[in-house]
Design a protein around this ligand. Structure first.
Ligand SMILES: CC(C)(COP(=O)(O)OP(=O)(O)OC[C@H]1O[C@@H](n2cnc3c(N)ncnc32)[C@H](O)[C@@H]1OP(=O)(O)O)[C@@H](O)C(=O)NCCC(=O)NCCS
Length: 182
């Protein structure tokens, strides 16, 4: 297995269409609370609007022989982006700064899991988010039934905050560690 990690510019996000749709189908297959909500979730309705609405985007794809086998998509967005007609993802007053970081989409094809690829992508994503000095709050949203992902993020230092949409989504959060310069 000879893997390549590539940061994907926003203009090339189309490359993620198939793998993003695979993530949505995977999440639906795990879900037991209103799984039908996934029926409207796909590359066009989830990834494209996120890219367009965020202030900064970061997508890394993993390729095996030029085939995309995994990706992680993170962004920095105004906190208000998380209070809309679909849901209020967190109490806006619990975030002091104007913007939040989010690890938004993450998927490794099944046969490539458990080799450390996810951990590498996770750390790349966190290193990117931490560059933004004016962002202190980081979020990850896990859909119901995906215990494996939930445990993965907990082991990486995220904490379960609360559930939204009657348990459809679990909100995990983590806070920027403020560095000490003296
Ligand atoms: C969640 C996900 C991205 C993790 O990716 P991954 O590549 O399997 O992750 P890793 O291999 O880095 O880590 C998985 C576990 O395998 C273990 N592992 C890593 N390398 C290993 C190896 N060579 N041999 C055995 N185990 C190994 C790790 O210890 C890790 O356990 P930890 O979480 O306690 O550290 C992946 O399972 C996935 O894509 N799932 C489906 C989609 C999904 O759930 N996405 C999240 C939506 S919110």
């Amino acid at each position: 297995m000879k893997l390549k990690y590539e940061v994907l510019p926003d203009e090339k996000i189309e490359c993620c269409r198939e793998i993003c749709n695979e993530l949505m189908a995977f999440q639906k297959s795990k879900s037991y609370i209103t799984p039908e909500l996934f029926d409207n979730m796909n590359f066009e309705t989830r990834l494209i609007p996120s890219i367009n609405n965020a202030v900064h985007n970061y997508t890394v794809v993993v390729k095996d022989d030029d085939q995309i086998v995994g990706y992680v998509y993170s962004n920095i967005s105004p906190k208000e982006a998380y209070s809309n007609e679909f849901a209020t993802f967190f109490d806006l007053s619990s975030v002091n700064r104007d913007h939040v970081g989010c690890l938004s989409q993450f998927y490794i094809k099944e046969e490539y899991r458990q080799y450390g690829i996810g951990s590498k992508l996770f750390h790349m994503s966190m290193d990117w988010i931490k560059q933004f000095d004016d962002v202190e709050d980081y979020f990850i949203y896990v859909s119901n039934g995906n215990t494996n992902a939930l445990e993965f993020y907990k082991r990486k230092g995220f904490t379960v905050s609360h559930d939204i949409l009657d348990g459809f989504i679990t909100v995990l959060r983590s806070k920027r560690e403020i560095g000490c310069n003296h």
